[in-house]
Design a protein around this ligand. Sequence first.
Ligand SMILES: Cc1cc2nc3c(=O)[nH]c(=O)nc-3n(C[C@H](O)[C@H](O)[C@H](O)COP(=O)(O)OP(=O)(O)OC[C@H]3O[C@@H](n4cnc5c(N)ncnc54)[C@H](O)[C@@H]3O)c2cc1C
Length: 476
Amino acid sequence: MPDTVTDPRFADFPATFKGRVLRAGESDFASARLIWNMLRRDENPAVIAQAADREDVAIAVAYANETGVPLAIHSGGHGIDGMAMPGDALVLDLSKLKDIDVDPERRLVTIEPGVLLGELDAAGQEHGLVVPAGVVSDTGATGLALGGGIGHLTRRFGATVDNIVSIEGITADGATVTASAESHPDLFWGLCGAGHNLAVVTSITFRAHPVGPRVMSGMMYYSADDAPKLFGNLDAVMAEAPRELSIALILLNAPPMPGLPDSLVDTPVIAVLVIYTGDLARYEEATAGLRSLARPLVDEVTETTWAQANSIADPFEPPGRAQYLRGGYMSGIDADLAAVALHQLASCPRTEPPSPNCLVTLPILGGAIFDRPEDATAFSRTGAEWLYEVSAHWDDPADDTAHLDWVHETDALLRRWATPNAYVNLTTHRGAEWLRRAYGTDEKWRRLVELKKAWDPDNRLAYNKNIRTAAEELGA
Ligand SMILES: Cc1cc2nc3c(=O)[nH]c(=O)nc-3n(C[C@H](O)[C@H](O)[C@H](O)COP(=O)(O)OP(=O)(O)OC[C@H]3O[C@@H](n4cnc5c(N)ncnc54)[C@H](O)[C@@H]3O)c2cc1C
């Protein structure tokens, strides 16, 4: 069937661009525009320009400059706000740039922006190495790293930004820049947490660490009745636990599963995702405190590979559904918090067929994240003992409002435990004042506003939690 291309927007996009340039009506446009979060399912970008190499990136940035058009950037397409494919935008799609270079001697891993976390893990594990990053395999490693990056190894090795050696990008003026502690250190500081605002990043070099290949991992499911024992004591227990032990608490309406009494299916339960990357012989010792708190209904923790461990969360976050998420940090949890969250699960909108569509998730942080001070990176970490996320997933557009309302209401109830700062990647945008506080201190915000003025004065990189727009709203 011939392509029917009638859209005249960006008709003068340079013919020197080697990758495909897709418009609505052209074959492959529909699949190219799919992103993980389909909440903005009705929005279509004007053009998706799929870069074939870094030269293409430079061509697209130069075109944006000549025409005064903002560029939307798509790397992994996992952004919570769906900013990788905004309606009517010119999208520079970097998902085809997938080179990964592992230097096992120096324990360095360099990636292009199309690399996903599962691919990064697979390449590193060929040499027994891991770059500390996130927990869902099809998340883009670059978008994640530029916002901070947290996951099962954060307690042990810090955030992803704490493991970045250098970042190469094309800045709004078309220059290729390498930023590191030695080269453009101020830009490097900003890229490590507010990177989406400052450059089109074409490669990142990370420090990797020996992990696995064998680890302990799996889910434990507890009755909601055990919430006071767990939530009342976990801060103290985890403060004593080795950094090799990571847990994520997931409160959800239980799906059917072997070992879980039928009477508990579709009622609120507490799942604990356990990942232990230390000496396997010391697993029992490492988890003794956790196990002393309550007896799980189901215990699936077993010896696995690192790759298996780091994809356990995948089924909770399937692609192609509508999703909405609000979250932040907590410096402590308690039984009252659990009671509020479990009570909210009872009012989660029902869908057919039933699915665990409402989640309150609390991955532990702390540990190595506090080995560096707040102002070491743009990424904020003060008080980040736990991350919290209130999220909903669904398919039918008719269910949009009910799920958004549920997330807003639950988040509002949980905010009394939240710190003022936040992790920008794992929440929807909450406005200018929130963004200013998310970065931790007034001085850091001032520095970011100056960096945005210096490196992207015309706001070509506008499709993100935008510093320029927020600064203007705040009158800075
Ligand atoms: C299911 C799911 C699980 C997640 N799990 C984790 C987790 O465990 N840990 C964690 O830290 N985060 C997690 N995240 C959040 C994730 O870090 C962010 O959504 C991140 O932005 C995804 O990167 P991406 O490349 O896939 O994003 P995209 O959707 O491609 O882009 C997101 C944003 O980054 C900007 N951007 C993308 N590429 C570039 C580039 N090359 N240069 C400049 N700007 C760019 C875009 O403009 C956009 O604003 C998760 C998100 C989802 C949806």
